[in-house]
Design a protein. Structure first.
Ligand code: FES
Length: 90
């Protein structure tokens, strides 16, 4: 797993670094990018976000094993990335 990663956001055109102790959601909010969040712990699915590139390290409890295997969506409140620069559809 990559400890530090860059997240690229396709729609906003923004890119930022996420340190090992941060979440994508922390950085998203700090950069003024709106994504609905609720539980912040991977149990509600509110923050599910499409992944355009990269392999997510999914840590949520809402997606099925099949959904997780597809890597199509990431819960930005709690998940990480196994890719250096994932691209999210935000
Ligand atoms: S806010 Fe609930 S799963 Fe991310």
């Amino acid at each position: 797993m990559v400890n530090r990663l860059l997240s690229s956001l396709k729609k906003s055109g923004k890119q930022f670094e996420v340190a090992a102790g941060d979440t994508i959601n922390d950085k998203r909010a700090a950069n003024g990018i709106e994504v609905p969040v609720s539980c912040r712990s991977g149990v509600c699915g509110t923050c599910l976000t499409p992944v355009l590139e990269g392999v997510p390290d999914l840590r949520d409890f809402v997606q099925t094993d099949l959904e997780k295997a597809s890597g199509a969506n990431i819960t930005v409140c709690c998940s990480r990335s196994n890719s250096r620069t994932p691209v999210l559809d935000i």
